[in-house]
Design a protein around this ligand. Structure first.
Ligand SMILES: NC(=O)c1ccc[n+]([C@@H]2O[C@H](COP(=O)([O-])OP(=O)(O)OC[C@H]3O[C@@H](n4cnc5c(N)ncnc54)[C@H](OP(=O)(O)O)[C@@H]3O)[C@@H](O)[C@H]2O)c1
Length: 323
């Protein structure tokens, strides 16, 4: 059995592949043999120290696999079940692990475990953003940043399935067609043009009622410029760096804007919340409304390369690690 561990924060080189021995699962845990591991931008925040961890630590927040052993309190899962999960405790970058069942769901037979490993973070995040944080309505025009990324691939298709006109931003011209293939109606290269100007053009000066911004530092002010009166800024990530303090009188007050900084645990912490979201997500995939195109598969021993690619903006869509 093997796992990637970090004993200090830093660049991708701090990811170390180690041989491990696994204890029996705890009473409320199961042992999972991973078939695929989700690669997520949040993994880089844990590795770098932006989101502090107690070290040494495992890494990785999303996986899919087969249950090999169940703890003594477990009734709802059995050996042989196909399952996936997202959330803490970290440690998904591993061949096998013990994990509490509170975040685990059974994966329908029709969904491949490699696909399932792209869904629990990126898909459930899309669910709560579009249905809970700012529930969109059919006919609305909305903005999403990093449209050709992992969350971006699912978000574009999901928002289209709800009847939205979706504007997406990307960091290079080669990503424009990719984002269009994920459902975005208008795609802007924000490294070439001022995206807020373009969004106001597309919306005939009105602006959008909501911006979903996982890019953070470099897009904050432009995102607020794109919002209409009483619009909502949903800041759900910081790929370009964390947000500094927000000047409320200058940035929010003139248009009476809402600002929210949500995380998965604010929406997906109870069994009922996770089951409701996973059911809707799996239905979207089974019905073909969301098609997953895995951009790249990395070997566990190549986790360093996976993090380098992620931070160098070379990943166009969901990527996974195969243990
Ligand atoms: N709050 C939550 O619950 C939650 C859950 C899941 C994910 N997230 C957040 O959602 C965002 C997307 O996650 P993901 O895993 O799907 O990643 P991703 O979108 O595949 O990768 C991040 C993308 O951000 C863009 N970016 C802009 N400036 C960047 C910079 N300076 N350095 C690197 N990338 C930059 C790049 O796209 P371009 O080249 O097109 O600009 C890059 O591909 C992340 O911020 C993540 O933390 C939040």
């Amino acid at each position: 059995m093997k796992a990637i561990q970090i004993s200090k924060n830093g660049g991708p080189e701090v990811l170390e592949l180690k041989d491990i021995t696994l204890d029996k699962p705890g009473a409320d845990e199961v042992t999972i043999e991973h078939k695929a591991i989700g690669l997520n931008y949040i993994d880089t925040y844990h590795r770098s120290g932006l989101y502090p961890l107690k070290l040494p630590s495992g890494i990785g927040a999303e996986g899919a696999g087969i249950i090999k052993e169940v703890g003594s309190n477990i009734k709802e899962f059995n050996v042989g079940d196909k399952v996936s999960y997202a959330g803490i405790p970290l440690g998904a970058y591993s061949t096998h692990r013990n994990y509490p069942t509170k975040n685990i769901v059974k994966v329908p037979n029709s969904i491949d475990l490699e696909v399932a490993a792209t869904l629990m973070t990126k898909g459930l995040t899309t669910f709560y953003l579009l249905h809970k944080t700012y529930p969109v309505k059919s006919g609305q025009t909305i903005l999403f940043h990093a449209a050709a990324g992992g969350v971006g691939q699912i978000f574009g298709q999901w928002a289209k399935s709800l009847g939205c006109t979706v504007i997406g931003t990307v960091g290079s011209d080669e990503k424009i067609e990719k984002a269009k293939s994920y459902g975005y109606d208008h795609v802007i290269n924000y490294n070439k043009e001022k995206f807020s100007k373009k969004v106001l053009e597309v919306t005939h000066g009105k602006g959008v009622p909501v911006v979903y911004d996982g890019v953070g530092k470099s897009t904050l002010e432009g995102s607020l410029e794109c919002l209409s009166i009483r619009g909502m800024m949903v800041s759900f990530g910081n790929a370009s760096g964390p947000l500094a303090e927000i000047n409320v009188p200058k940035l929010l007050q003139p248009k009476g804007l809402y600002f929210i900084r949500p995380s998965m645990q604010h929406y997906l912490s109870t069994r009922e919340e996770i089951d409701e979201a996973a059911k809707i997500l799996f239905e979207k995939v089974e019905s073909g409304k969301i098609k997953i195109q895995i951009f790249k598969k990395y070997k566990l021993e190549n986790a360093i390369e996976a993090h380098q690619d992620l931070e160098n903006r070379k990943i166009l869509g969901p990527a996974i690690i195969i243990p």
